[in-house]
Design a binder for this molecule. Structure first.
Ligand code: HEC
Length: 164
């Protein structure tokens, strides 16, 4: 049993040391004129779903949970938010080119239909973020209508994107 005590001791020391390495939490300022909601028309029910289930990783309004102060959980969460924002940030929508908008709108429907979003690891502690079939239907209906409109105004947006 002596070895077990040693292993536990080493783990405890590592855990304590890890607390000194916290990711820097980026809290970008929200420019209201650049948000998805300012640029496009988003029905209230869709807006509610996006706020409830996607904002923590796809906007600049992340609500950081208390356990975000604990390493290594904090590293993992910060990484999700960083990658999520990089892929799709509702608060920087105005900076997206029409082609990227069209692609992301298509992806929104695909990702929720395939149950890839919201991330599975997010759901146990954010039960309210779970999507119902009605939520998925509303997201897809809205995103495909908006995509069609963007393509009608910018036909080049329909071509497959070379880059994200
Ligand atoms: C816990 C964090 C988290 C939540 C919540 C979340 N996402 Fe994501 N999302 C990510 C990450 C991280 C990525 C980057 C790709 C990956 O790692 O899977 C991503 C990628 C995406 C992409 C880009 C896919 C692509 O290839 O262009 C879309 C679209 C997307 N998410 C939609 C949503 C929608 C819609 C919701 C809400 C219903 C949502 N996400 C909720 C973390 C999240």
């Amino acid at each position: 049993m002596k070895w077990l005590t040693r292993v536990l001791l080493v783990l405890l020391v590592l855990f304590i040391v890890a607390q000194f390495f916290r990711p820097s939490i980026v809290v970008p300022r929200v420019d209201e004129t650049k948000t998805l909601y300012h640029v496009e028309s988003v029905p209230p029910e869709v807006r509610t779903i996006l706020h409830r289930s996607c904002d923590d990783c796809h906007s600049n309004r992340t609500v950081w949970p208390w356990y975000n102060r604990i390493s290594p959980v904090s590293w993992w969460l910060a990484d999700h938010v960083k990658k999520g924002r990089k892929e799709l940030n509702f608060d920087e929508w105005a900076d997206f080119k029409p082609r990227r908008k069209a692609r992301k709108l298509e992806e929104i429907c695909d990702q929720v239909k395939e149950r890839k979003m919201p991330l599975k690891s997010y759901l146990p502690l954010h039960a309210h973020a779970k999507l119902t079939d009605a939520d998925r239907g509303a997201l897809c209906q809205w995103s495909s209508a908006l995509r069609t409109r963007i393509i009608a105004e910018h036909p080049e947006a329909a071509r497959p994107a070379q880059s994200k």
